[in-house]
Design a protein around this ligand. Sequence first.
Ligand code: CDT
Length: 317
Amino acid sequence: MSGRPLRIGAGQLGPISRNESRKNVVDRLIALLQEAHRSEVDLIVYPELALTTFFPRWYLEDDSTIDSFFEREMPNPETQRLFDSAKSLGVGFCLGYAELTPDGHRYNTQILVERDGTIVGKYRKVHLPGHEEYEPWREFQHLERRYFEGGSNFPTWNAFDGIVGMAICNDRRWPETYRCLALGGAELILIGYNTPIHYAPDPSQNKLASFHNHLVMQAGAYQNGCFVVGVAKGGLEEGVDSLAESCIIAPTGEIVSSATGSGDELVIADIDFDLCNNYKNTVFDFNRYRRPEIYSPITDQKGTITPAEGRGTNDFL
Ligand code: CDT
């Protein structure tokens, strides 16, 4: 392949039970890494919170229980084997985990590790979904807003011979995520997710979970001339069924490879970063066609401001 080729693997995980040891999870990650190496993959992308069960589904009060789901350093004694294996095999990886900083801050984090085992980038989830307090009417909780602080930017990095950005799960539903990353030059956006199929505030959306997953990532890829890799922790985890359907999407907006099941599975695609230019230099030539002077409500406003009764919001009628 000419241009700037990269072979990517989406390292989908099946469920991780609450009592599954880090050692066992890291064994599973390394098994996928080894399969990636056999398939000559350059970069494998793991899901959001890939080292533990999706613990925000529980209201936890005990600090030491909460801490047990967080990593205080990266790599650490449990994950060093993954870094060592990646380096010796020459395969880069992207890994989501719960981060506890030395000064006590908690983030839903994803790191990008180059083929030499060095961490080149860290991203902290910006859009935290769910709720802060225990809500007894729910079948299960979604307490990300209790356990994590939000990240503060959408960085991009020169890595893997392209420009790479990251996003985490709910971030993928927001067009601002992709656009901010693309304004930083992103050609490849790596997204891990845990998406319960049951959406308690409006269960009529349940049957659309798969459609919405593809809709947002395919639109994000096309509208920004990027490749997007969406990687699930799917299947029935602690009684909660989560969407699998990991996939790799081209700047055309087309899905080029996708998972066939909901367990541990490696999904592979050959990409060429140069394809991004077909879109970035034509229909989505930002410099030529964007109108940022018109877009101020996007950064000046948080919620909707509707027109006054009987009026419109423009003044040239
Ligand atoms: N992990 C995560 O962000 N999940 C959300 C669930 C829906 S909001 C409760 C998602 O956007 O997939």
